[in-house]
Design a protein around this ligand. Structure first.
Ligand code: GRF
Length: 204
């Protein structure tokens, strides 16, 4: 698989940083060709610039429709020969124009054990529901929200003393470990989608 990554962010960019670190440490054989944000003030843009990575701000406000915005994203990623798109806190829903342009080549990280607690504020949802275990999920992106085939998950206990913030912080540690590892699995190939399952073929 083409190892050029395009990372899409909207905010702080700590997962972006974890991917950058994994590449720098030699744990992940890939290259971040571009970081795109829909918000100019996203702190992650600065992290990327400091590392000499090309950044782009594409505001959804400049587009009349989701389709137009998705089309501009696709164009920017194709122009940079991106093989794998990594959503890392990108707070925009992507429509079929985008999803179909990168079949089985878009990843997302979500701060819960999907399919529990999709959508916004997953850590708060889990805390409020009273589950005893939550965690993080990296999955392939399809047209349904937080519902694509699961690549990796990590469980995190929910403690009696937790607040949504302390739970989120503990989940984030796992996110930073999980995301580079899932990217590595996907780039290394030897997997297929069976039904809605991500299945790695046994090594011969
Ligand atoms: C993470 O919790 C991720 O799971 C969710 O958005 C947050 C992004 O954080 N999709 P960061 O910008 O990577 O620090």
């Amino acid at each position: 698989m083409n190892r050029n990554l395009g990372v899409l962010i909207s905010g702080r960019g700590s997962n972006l940083q974890a991917i950058m670190r994994a590449i720098a440490d030699g744990r992940l054989d890939a290259r971040i060709a571009v970081v795109i944000s829909n918000r100019a003030e996203a702190a992650g843009l600065q992290r990327a610039r400091e590392a000499g990575i090309e950044t782009l701000c594409l505001s959804h406000r400049s587009c009349a429709t989701r389709e137009e915005y998705d089309g501009r994203l696709v164009e920017a990623l194709r122009a940079r020969d991106i093989g794998l798109v990594c959503l890392a806190g990108f707070m925009r829903l992507l429509g079929p124009t985008f999803i179909e342009a990168f079949p089985n080549a878009i990843l997302n990280i979500h701060p819960s054990l999907l399919p529990a607690f999709p959508g916004l504020d997953a850590q708060h949802q889990a805390w409020q529901h009273g589950v005893k275990v939550s965690g993080a999920t990296v999955h392939l992106v399809n047209c349904d929200l937080d519902a694509g085939p699961i690549i990796l998950q990590a469980a995190v206990p929910v403690l009696n003393t937790d607040t949504p913030d302390t739970l989120a912080a503990r989940i984030l540690v796992e996110e930073h470990r999980l995301y580079p590892e899932a990217i590595r699995l996907v780039l290394d190939g030897g997997w297929e989608i069976v039904g809605r399952r991500f299945v790695r073929r046994a090594a011969v």
